[in-house]
Write a protein that binds this ligand. Structure first.
Ligand code: ATP
Ligand code: MG
Length: 231
């Protein structure tokens, strides 16, 4: 089976600072891959290149066989609106809207009726255990509630690929594991492929596979720390 999403030899620098130095990844339908590694190793940069938020400096990204990294910003944002769900590490909800409206927004932007969009939003807020936050605005929510509302917004369009950067960082262990179980169910039932960035080994254990980055490269040892050979 050909991969849903594939990346080859991705490189990306910010000025002179290299963040990715040649990363390959294949992601299949219904598969959950965890991306781990210590702070600054390039996890968020990889997620941004895979989802088309950033254009890599080198290498290629294909989604369903079509190249996406060299397409226009308009094409890539359309892809993110219709095929991808993205939860950014420092993502923001719209502060003037309620949680329910924030979650419903991607569906309404896609032409769905307000009523149907709000119904779908209520379903996802319920699944993520934040139904009580539906009528509140982001300023009234805790960090853990905000994270789950943002995840609901990324899931509501039933994306082919969900990109989630530290989706459980503000949650306690139990809530984090509930989120991962839900992602597992969505992957199985809807075929959604999930790339989840996490620093937490307990969370990564819910993925079928994990990759570890070390200074912008895949770490073949999976340890995420530089090891001197012979040491
Ligand atoms: N916008 C930016 N401008 C300049 N340098 C950046 C920028 N974003 C990231 N970097 C640098 O690129 C490298 C990789 O950053 P990235 O955010 O991808 O790491 P990360 O693994 O997600 O870290 P964390 O676990 O702290 O979120 C780091 O050295 C970081 O300082
Ligand atoms: Mg990051």
């Amino acid at each position: 089976m050909s991969p849903l999403l594939s990346a080859r030899d991705l490189t990306k620098s910010y000025g002179v600072q290299p963040a990715l130095r040649g990363v390959d990844l294949d992601l299949h339908e219904g598969e959950i891959v965890a991306v781990r590694g210590r702070s600054g190793c390039g996890k968020s940069t990889l997620l941004h290149c895979l989802s088309g938020i950033l254009r890599p400096d080198g290498g290629q990204v294909h989604f369903r066989g079509d190249r996406l990294d060299d397409t226009s910003e308009a094409y890539r944002s359309e892809l993110r609106r219709t095929r991808f769900g993205v939860l950014l590490q420092h993502g923001h909800l719209i502060s003037e809207l309620t949680s329910a409206e924030n979650v419903a927004l991607p569906l309404m932007l896609g032409g769905g009726s307000r009523r149907a969009a709000l119904a779908a939003a209520a379903t996802w807020l319920g699944r993520l255990g934040v139904a009580e936050a539906a009528e509140q605005t982001p300023g009234q929510l805790s960090g853990g509630q905000l994270q789950r509302v943002a995840l609901a917004r990324a899931m509501v369009t039933q994306p082919a690929v969900l990109f989630a950067d530290e989706p459980t960082g503000a949650l306690d262990t139990l809530a984090g594991e509930l989120v991962m179980k839900l992602l597992g169910r969505v992957a199985r039932e809807q075929g959604t492929a999930v790339v989840v960035v996490t620093h937490d080994a307990t969370i990564a254990a819910y993925a079928e596979r994990e990759i570890v980055l070390l200074d912008g490269r895949l770490d073949p040892t999976g340890l995420g720390v530089a090891v001197a050979v012979g040491a």
